[in-house]
Write a protein that binds this ligand. Sequence first.
Ligand code: 13P
Length: 248
Amino acid sequence: MARRRIIAGNWKMNKTPSEAVALCAELKDLVKNDAVDVVYCVPAIDIVPVVEAVKGTNVKVGAENFYIEDKGAFTGEISAPMLKDAGVEYIIIGHSERRDIFGENDILINQKVKKAFAAGLSPILCCGESLALRKADTYKAWIERQITWDLDGVTADQVKKLIIAYEPIWAIGTGETATADQAEEVCGLIRELIAKLYDQATADEVRIQYGGSMNAGNAAELLSKPNIDGGLIGGASLKPDFGQIVNA
Ligand code: 13P
């Protein structure tokens, strides 16, 4: 079946609110493509101005993090209903930076996936191995374990709407990209795992992105692979290059 391509920028901790609005203006004409889902996942403080700035365009807005409770005494956190009310449609969950720097584990990530669906947000669930696991050739089992835990109790109907991003940690922000064959190997493996955990129809619908130094030069080859349905882009999402990736 034909899956719709999804190109998402992960701005990470970049762009003040006024810089964010300026970037939206700079990219506006470059990211026009009605055949592709285009998403900007932005810092929490940029959400309100970015939702306003992309009104009337094909761009959707995503968040980079949230907490699993709806409201209450959780100083410093924001909730899924708050994001939803602000106009957010996508949410990145389980990014390696949140796992490694902020200690998020698969139990919390699993709760976040379920909470996001309950709140009407589309999760972009990230997985990926370190360089050590890649070198030890244990990366496949690692990724299978991550996804199996992260999707515990998630229904087939939900998984059909899920986006999974394969982001090898050794390729994030390093300029070193997985080759298209390396990326396709793991994205294919993820799809097979979804077929095993659920069924083939679910595996055929789930969208799988590659992330890790994707740029204007390598996007077309990566995106030509049968199991790669899009990209989750860090550094290059902050530049006009993002338009070239959307239209690759
Ligand atoms: P880079 O594109 O900067 O390597 O970042 C990838 C990433 O972490 C996207 O979530």
